[in-house]
Design a protein around this ligand. Structure first.
Ligand SMILES: Cc1ncc(COP(=O)(O)O)c(C=O)c1O
Length: 452
């Protein structure tokens, strides 16, 4: 199959939508009566799920979710990485229960000893010596960008086209064909046009990075070491080292956001690939799904900040968050990092990531499908283009909403969930080889039907 026959695909989608509606009547009814929720969902992105409404969850454990209609799913979405440790991992639950139910104290504006334990473990994993906590990766990124502007005295940041770092206004930019910075299509309520705050560059295009940095006004380059939010776009050999060199040469700080790319290993890409960020951000998974996030500082940057008495980090300054670093969140991070997202768990998850990728590759070969699949440790993603896209702009162009809807519904109607955004699958400690093989079998069947 070299091209998808669209009328045939439309017929398959209609059939899968009907099956979905039949299997998930309870979810449909709950959605239909959610009259007090804006967009009928507690968070508007939940409308991304294929089939016209989200599945309502009744229970979740490990890598299994049961919906309100009693359907059980093998979950490769894992809350879009928030539950990379699996749903309600026992050690996280025990740590939180002890903290809030036995010892007591959810939010006190006082530290607990867990905070230093977690910070030391983040240092062991990622190398940066000093840490602060947030409750989301979005907030950690916002604060890290503010610190970078404060310390460098430069007004702008650099971000890659079609990257995603949370709802951080300055990052929602794309590079125009003439090298200008544009608002990303769909960006909501930007306070000012993006070219005022940002210089966009293209991933895997070092010339675009150097051109933007040459203006001398970029405080910090924020990046994922591999893009994960427009499909996976892996760095080409030498690109990340060239980025580090370009930042150093321009006096621009480097912020690495490993909120998703921690899938590459217990120390993320930073450890696996020997990267040297000045600032580092992580969120989602480290609390096992309990709101948590962190940003790390290099020793040199921390010293620069501490030497400045005009940078107010204690009172009403650029960073904050009354609930950040709260006892519940830090207990959850400690329980998760100490007992769940261990080095051994990563070895298991990455092995399954490889098995998942190989299964998908076999299907491509069997049916001669011109798609690609990329792996980032425990994270795997297929994209409707071959060879795999090498920039965010290329990957955005490979987006195919119809194919996505078909595959997502085909899988979920048969008990497998992948992330509602594009085609990401993530392994957690509870994922098994049989779960991966179930996906391969269903993916094979879905593509076979498409090809005939
Ligand atoms: C790389 C990256 N950074 C930051 C975020 C923001 O995370 P949150 O929405 O939990 O704040 C995301 C969310 O998908 C992400 O992928």
């Amino acid at each position: 199959m070299t091209t998808v026959v669209r009328p045939h695909l439309a017929t398959l989608i209609t059939r899968e939508r009907a099956t979905h509606a039949e299997r998930t009547a309870g979810s449909r009814a709950a959605y239909g009566t959610a009259d007090h929720l804006f967009g009928r969902v507690p968070m508007t992105w939940m409308n991304k799920w294929a089939g016209g409404y989200p599945l309502y969850m009744a229970a979740a454990s490990g890598n299994r979710i049961t919906d309100v209609d009693g359907n059980e799913y093998v979950d490769f979405s894992l809350g879009d990485t928030a539950s990379m440790a699996g749903h309600s991992p026992a050690a996280t639950v025990a740590a939180v229960q002890k903290r809030i139910g036995v010892d007591g104290g959810i939010a006190t504006m006082m530290p607990t000893p867990d905070a230093e334990w977690v910070a030391a473990d983040l240092t062991r994993r990622f190398g940066l010596p000093l840490w602060s906590f947030s409750l989301t990766a979005t907030d950690a990124n916002r604060w890290a960008l503010r610190l970078a502007r404060a310390i460098t005295g430069r007004p702008k940041i650099m971000a890659f086209s079609y990257s995603y770092h949370g709802s951080v206004d300055e990052t929602l930019a794309v590079l125009g064909p003439d090298g200008s910075t544009l608002d990303r299509p769909g960006n909501v309520g930007a306070p000012v046009p993006l070219h005022e705050t940002t210089r966009a560059a293209e991933f895997n295009d070092i010339a675009s990075v150097e051109a933007g940095l040459a203006h001398g006004d970029v405080a910090v380059l924020i990046m994922e070491p591999a893009m994960t939010n427009i499909g996976i776009v892996l760095p080409e050999p030498g690109f990340l080292a060239a980025v580090e060199r370009a930042c150093r040469a321009a006096g621009t700080l480097l912020l690495i956001d490993e909120t998703h790319t921690i899938s590459e290993g217990p120390g993320g890409c930073t450890r696996a690939w020997d990267l040297h960020p000045d600032l580092f951000v992580i969120g989602k998974s480290i609390g096992g799904g309990v709101p948590s996030g962190a940003y790390g500082l290099s020793a040199e940057l921390a010293a620069r900040i501490s030497a400045r008495d005009d940078v107010d980090l204690i009172d009403v300054g650029g960073v904050g968050g009354t609930l950040s670093g709260n006892p519940m969140s830090t207990a959850a991070m400690r329980g998760t990092l100490e007992h769940v997202l261990t080095d051994e768990a990563f070895a298991h998850m990455i092995g399954l990531g490889t098995r998942f990728r190989e299964g998908v590759e076999e299907v491509f070969t069997t049916y001669g499908v011109p798609w690609s699949v990329s792996q980032l440790g425990a994270r795997v993603e297929y994209r409707f283009q071959s060879p795999a896209p090498r920039t965010g702009t290329e990957s955005a162009a490979a987006h195919d909403p119809e194919l996505e809807e078909y595959l997502h519904l085909y899988l979920s109607n048969r008990g497998v969930i992948i992330t509602p955004f594009h085609n990401m699958a993530l392994m957690c400690p509870a994922t098994t080889a049989a779960d991966v093989d179930l996906h391969t079998t269903l993916f094979d069947a879905a593509v076979r039907e498409l090809a005939h």
